[in-house]
Design a protein around this ligand. Structure first.
Ligand code: PEP
Ligand code: MG
Length: 555
């Protein structure tokens, strides 16, 4: 139990910014206990379930009042909650002596199984039914509703960790910062917080002790969380957080002596695309297409994908957009691909490797991308994730070109691909380094595991050595090598990456302006000196210190 005395917690700061607000925890769905004593009066228990389902329907109707596509879906879900068959099934279990809340679980889970078997549109309704189940159970057990809390004002969202699905409604919530017990610098929470411009601290185990309403000052730069700050500290921090940075540069990224380094953005959803399109950037360096289809149990058709890509492409007329084919598997499961469970999924079937089991999914996506390019005239580049060998790169390039896509690349995120970058680049028009996964595989450190987050420090010299190797190989062949991992969003590191011959850097939209300012203050020669200093270091802290020292000597 937290006392009201001020105290300091720390984790990894992964998205800059200072926020003062009370915390509210992400509420996990309650589970029901089959061993709980059943109610004395079955008729009364059935009435409780009826009222709970009616209450769920009212909640969903109220949420639907906002209108739009989400409104129509919520209204349909409200109707499902009132379906008499659901109540009847739960009543049946109560009649057989099951505890009340568990009867709802049994009834709704049976429907979910049937819908999954039916497939198609019906299978996609499973998520709605599960939401109805979770809400009804929370009401019956008198525990908070699951999901992103609504404490009625700005709050710091605290969770053990956040999955991509948990965060679907984050952008429209009052969350002003994120704090997780698990996760490292390249976890989903880190990626998401940067794209939303929300300050974030991850890998802070002590956050497990925070209770709702506790005031904190969270600093996403230092990774610190001050719990129950004094009024003086609050006043000071509020003033600091209101100071908005003034940017001095605009337009294309370039060093002080005019070397261009394209500054691009990473997007995953239509909302990201709209934010990125409005910003001063040179285009999209990474469109994570799997984020469009995370909750889908049935494969999106070619027409549906064409429509989704067309909408995104229209935002970027006149600017290049690099689309990554589905990076499914491991920490980004796509239920519709029906990939088998694996003991060790990170080096298993993910990214391009999913095409070994599901070649049609890749072919459908490539034809949808070609169709969307045809409709919009987009300056489209297409790349595959998780490529390990020159043969895989050649095969992907042939396949993409056979669909009419003419600018084809691959991601370099497997050490083998970095080591043999020259052999890979020969087959493609460009490569893009994914340092999040490259670090995971070079350092043999699970990117979702907080206990090894230090090994995934974006400044690891071993990772930078491989980036340097790829930069050299690409320069020798006269082809572009960009970088789209989280490392690009760190302004100091971005200068190092420019010195390692990266032709473009792609990052969350809010980071672009600061990176552009930083590059504009340095010549290419200085970036190269900073890169040498980082490569000569033996650990990330030493690399950072050496680069800071180098930069202080330039001015
Ligand atoms: C990466 O691995 O660096 C990358 C950009 O891809 P993702 O984070 O989506 O795996
Ligand atoms: Mg990756």
């Amino acid at each position: 139990m937290i006392t009201t005395a001020a105290m300091l917690m720390s984790g990894h700061g992964v998205s800059q910014g200072l926020v003062c607000a009370p915390v509210a925890r992400l509420t996990p769905p309650a589970t029901t206990d089959p061993e709980e004593a059943p109610g004395d009066n079955p008729a009364h228990e059935v009435q409780r379930v009826r009222e709970a389902l009616a209450q769920v329907a009212r909640q969903l109707t109220a949420a639907a009042a906002d209108g739009g596509v989400a409104g129509a879906i919520l209204q349909a879900a409200a109707a499902m909650a009132q379906d008499p068959a659901l109540l009847q099934a739960a009543a049946g279990h109560i009649g057989q002596g099951s505890p009340t809340a568990h009867s709802v679980t049994l009834a709704i889970d049976a429907y979910c199984r049937q819908l999954r078997e039916l497939g198609g549109y019906m299978a996609d309704r499973v998520t709605d039914l599960e939401d109805i189940r979770n809400r009804a159970i929370a009401l019956l057990l008198d525990v908070p509703l699951p999901g992103i809390p609504q404490p009625g004002g700005p709050f710091v969202l605290v969770a053990h960790d956040l999955s991509p699905a948990d965060t679907a409604h984050l952008a429209t919530s009052d969350a002003v910062a994120l704090l997780t017990e698990a996760g490292g610098p390249t976890s989903h929470t880190a990626i998401l917080s940067r794209s939303l411009g929300l300050p974030a601290v991850v890998g802070c185990h002590e956050a497990a002790r925070l209770t709702d309403g506790t005031p904190v000052i969270l600093d996403g730069r230092t990774g610190t969380v001050e719990v129950h700050p004094t009024p003086q500290r609050l006043h000071q921090a509020r003033q600091q957080s209101q100071a908005t940075p003034q940017h001095q540069t605009f337009g294309p990224g370039r060093t002080a002596d005019g070397h261009g380094i394209a500054l691009l953005t990473n997007i995953g959803t239509a909302a990201d695309a709209a934010r990125a399109a409005a910003a001063d950037t040179e285009g999209v360096g990474l469109f994570r297409t799997e984020f469009l289809f995370l909750n889908r149990r049935e494969a999106p058709t070619a027409d549906e994908q064409t429509e989704a890509y067309t909408q995104v492409f229209r935002n970027f007329a006149g600017r290049p957009i690099t689309v990554r084919t589905l990076d499914a598997g491991s920490d980004k499961p796509l239920p519709f691909l029906r990939l088998p469970d694996e003991e060790n999924p990170a080096p298993g079937i993910r990214g391009l490797r999913t095409a070994r089991l599901q070649p049609d999914a890749l072919a459908t996506q490539l034809s949808a991308l070609a169709a969307a390019q045809h409709h919009t005239g987009a300056q489209l580049k297409v790349m595959a994730p998780m490529v390990s060998t020159p043969n895989e790169a050649a095969h992907f390039a042939d396949l993409a070109r056979s669909h009419g896509l003419d600018t084809v690349g691959v991601m370099i995120e497997v050490p083998a691909a970095a080591l043999r970058a020259g052999d890979i680049i020969r087959h493609v028009d460009f490569v893009s380094i994914g340092t999040n996964d490259l670090a995971q595989y070079v350092m043999a450190a699970d990117r979702t595991h907080h206990a090894v987050a230090d090994l995934l420090d974006l400044w690891q010299p071993a990772v930078l050595s491989l980036v340097a190797q790829v930069g050299r190989a690409a320069a020798d062949l006269g082809r572009p090598a960009g970088l789209c991992g989280e490392a690009a969003a760190d302004p100091l590191l971005a200068a190092v990456l420019a010195g390692l011959q990266m032709s473009s850097l792609s990052m969350a939209t809010p980071a672009v302006a600061t990176v552009r300012d930083q590059l504009a203050r340095l010549t290419m020669q200085q970036c190269q000196e900073m890169a040498s200093a980082a490569l000569d270091a033996s650990d990330p802290d030493q690399a950072r210190t050496a680069v800071q020292k180098a930069i202080s000597q330039f001015s």
